[in-house]
Design a protein around this ligand. Structure first.
Ligand SMILES: N[C@@H](CCC(=O)N[C@@H](CS)C(=O)NCC(=O)O)C(=O)O
Length: 223
């Protein structure tokens, strides 16, 4: 199987981490988002007209959407990190959907990316300021739900056992570090991320995005 990805991509890192930790042999093909390779043929025309990573190819079967790819890899490898029991699996799916549709929209697309990536910056200062203010308030609300209700006293997003939802969520939540937030207002999230950072492949998976974050200058609106 071949994975098109970029290590600075939030949606690629859960797959990188899961494949590395689970010893899934993937042919790893970097698509250089920083030089716009994803806007050029053959990627843009042939591989993914959405012009985004990640993309998985399993023979002639091609799959986009990070959450779908993560579940596909987990099922294909019969991973214990994606429990088969109906309700346990539904809980994992619920967490992944929540991360992808709620937190991602306001924390990543609303607050972090417009400050970190020039092509996400809004066209005027007023527009940028309004976008950040809107997203900051909502991201704080989602983080509070995550901290108090989803994680609470648990070690992981679905209870005491690590699942693919943790692999997925950790990449998205950790984007706060790009804008210099240590999430100190959210002790349960900090503890959970601390658990995830103990995975042996965490350092290698996150080193590029950490380097990118360190290269950013200026002050940021933070959560
Ligand atoms: N819904 C897609 C979103 C993928 C996505 O947002 N990819 C970003 C990197 S994290 C990308 O390729 N961006 C290209 C760009 O911003 O030009 C998924 O979950 O796979």
């Amino acid at each position: 199987m071949k994975l098109y990805y970029h290590p600075a991509s939030t949606t690629s890192r859960p797959l990188m981490l899961f494949a590395a930790e689970s010893n899934i042999p993937l042919e790893m093909q970097v698509v250089d988002l920083f030089t716009g390779e994803h806007y050029q043929p053959p990627f843009a025309e042939g591989v993914n007209p959405n012009r985004q990573v990640p993309v998985l190819e399993d023979g002639d079967f091609r799959l986009t959407e990070s959450a779908t790819i993560l579940k596909y890899l987990a099922v294909k490898t019969k991973s214990p990190l994606y429990p088969e029991e109906l309700k346990a699996r539904a809980r994992v799916n619920e967490r992944i959907d929540w991360i992808n549709t709620q937190l991602n929209r306001d924390l990543c697309y609303g607050l972090v990316y417009p400050q970190a990536f020039p092509h996400h910056k809004r066209p005027t200062d007023e527009h940028q300021k309004g976008t950040l203010a809107w997203a900051k308030e909502r991201a704080a609300g989602w983080l509070s739900v995550l901290d108090k209700h989803i994680i609470g006293g648990n070690d992981y997003l679905c209870g005491s056992q690590i699942t693919i939802a943790d692999y997925y969520g950790a990449s998205f939540v950790n984007t706060a570090a790009i804008i210099g937030s240590d999430l100190s207002g959210y002790p349960n999230i900090q503890r959970w991320l601390g658990n995830m950072k103990k995975l042996k492949s965490w350092g290698k998976t996150f080193e590029v995005v950490e380097g990118f974050a360190a290269s950013l200058k200026g002050s940021f609106e933070k959560v």
